[in-house]
Design a binder for this molecule. Structure first.
Ligand code: SAJ
Length: 442
């Protein structure tokens, strides 16, 4: 059965289904459609289905090439969207791209995944390749996906249908680029299924597709993001050390990076997004209740989660009591030059400041709710706090900004500005990682 399916994949006559048409599933569906496959996307949101079937991308933000690709493939009849699982009953390949959030106790919530597996199982036909692309806790394929699909379909995994995990590696703003250019890991229920997955992804991926088993694929994705989170936490902890020692973390980092193999990341006002704050917890959850208490990964998460609070501390160091003060937050998106606000550190800081009785104004050139004239927003403020290093802020006239404010304190949470520029503009600077300085000597 695999050989016949492999042939249809290579001839691109296999009928593909993608379950979940969000920022991962939709670009995947459009990309396979672009390469000649008939692709049917399934989603639970009627509005999203209707938009896609009218050739409109429902994905917010600047995604180069995506809107054109969707209209082209929908118009060409290669891509269509539906609410109805019956429409994918004849599919040969099914990709699952539904959300896999973690709850407040840092455990995965699989309602969307379970729903997809139950609905898919009800119409699953023998010989189908099913691939979970969502990021999942290591062990989920074995403990949840396989039994759920066998139960709902009455078929046997690895015998009647083939099952794999190929974690997505997307990034907002580079969805199509990453899908085509980034290496992928194809974890199969057997080496033969991993090879079949490789044949599938080779149709659209211009990078390596590395074959392995389920647990390896699940670990690679969660480990690569936990790795990044721990390294960001290290940079943040060094920043706190530098503040205590009146050093400048940005100069320290610059010189540390001159030493081979020391690619120290950047300290910052917080760690947001859809991947980095979540995936370390998926990794940690995989060995919960074992006799091996994780220390580094949870500690890194708590350091990174603390950073918005540290920005408030920097404000308090300069302004004293914040009650009644007016503070301008510069940047609400979680990432520079992006409009993605998932797990935004600015939201955490906004809440902390409001709880202290401060009046908070937010500016962000990419977020509809917070666009507007930054100088108008600065009027009467006692401080401006940079939380997101949008390039728009780099070209801001700091002198004019300072003149608009009641007291011109600039708290730089991303090391965006150099000290001299700020002082020469007549502002007081408090920079994450040290080098707090005073007004220019009169
Ligand atoms: N951040 C820092 N310091 C750094 C780097 C990032 O504070 O040195 C903060 C950012 O401000 C942001 C958060 O961390 O709030 C996440 O930033 P990110 O650059 O990791 O961007 P993400 O969240 O889009 O990460 C994704 C991840 N890709 C996938 O999960 C497929 C990550 O593994 C990639 O390294 C990253 O994109 C990328 O750079 O491509």
């Amino acid at each position: 059965m695999r050989a016949e399916l492999k042939k249809r994949i290579e001839e691109r006559t296999a009928h593909l289904a993608v379950i979940g048409l969000g920022y991962v599933g939709l670009p995947v569906a459009a990309l396979f459609a672009k390469h000649g496959f008939d692709v049917t996307g399934v989603d639970i949101l009627l509005d999203r289905v209707n938009k896609i079937n009218s050739g409109i991308s429902p994905i917010e933000g600047i995604e180069p090439g995506l809107q054109e690709l969707i209209s082209e493939t929908v118009r060409g009849g290669k891509l269509k969207a539906t609410l109805d699982y019956a429409s994918i009953a004849d599919c040969d390949v099914v990709l699952i791209d539904v959300e896999t959030p973690v709850n407040k106790k840092h455990f995965p919530e699989y309602e969307a995944l379970k729903g997809a597996l139950d609905s898919l199982g009800a119409i699953l036909k023998a010989g189908t390749l099913v691939v979970v692309e969502s990021t999942i806790m290591p062990g989920t394929m074995e403990q949840l996906v396989k039994p759920a699909l066998e139960e709902s379909s009455g078929l046997r995994s690895g015998i009647d249908f083939f099952l794999g995990n190929c974690p997505e590696r997307v990034m907002p703003g580079r969805l199509l680029h990453n899908l085509q250019k980034m290496n992928r890991v194809a974890g199969g229920d057997s080496p033969e299924t991993a090879a079949l997955m490789k044949a599938l992804y080779a149709q659209v991926v211009e990078a390596d597709v590395d074959e392995c088993d389920w647990i390896t694929a699940e670990l690679v994705k969660t480990v690569e993001n936990a790795y990044r989170d721990v390294n960001i936490a290290f940079a943040n902890e060094v920043a706190l050390i530098c503040e205590a020692l009146k050093a400048d973390v940005w100069r320290v980092r610059e010189l540390v990076r001159k030493s081979p193999g020391r690619e120290m990341l950047k300290p910052g006002a917080g760690v947001g997004g859809h991947c980095i704050p979540k995936d370390p917890w998926l990794l940690a959850a995989s060995i919960h209740q074992r006799d091996f208490p994780l220390r580094l990964i949870p500690a890194a998460r708590s350091i990174n989660d603390y950073m918005p609070q540290h920005m408030m501390k920097l404000l308090q160091q300069s302004l004293g009591v914040l009650k009644g003060k007016k503070v301008l937050i510069l940047g609400y998106a979680y990432l520079e030059d992006s409009d993605d606000t998932r797990s935004s550190p600015a939201e955490v800081l906004k809440t902390l400041l409001s709880n202290e009785g401060a009046k908070v104004v937010v500016h962000d050139p990419f977020i509809k709710e917070y666009v507007g004239d930054v100088l108008k927003k600065a009027r009467g403020c006692d401080a401006a706090v940079l939380v997101t290093a949008h390039s728009y802020y780099k070209q801001l006239d700091l002198k004019t900004l300072g003149q608009a404010m009641r007291t011109s304190l600039l708290v730089d949470g991303r090391g965006l500005w150099d000290r001299t520029t700020v002082i020469e503009a007549g502002l007081k600077l408090s920079r994450l990682g040290g080098a707090i300085s005073v007004f220019r000597e009169e």
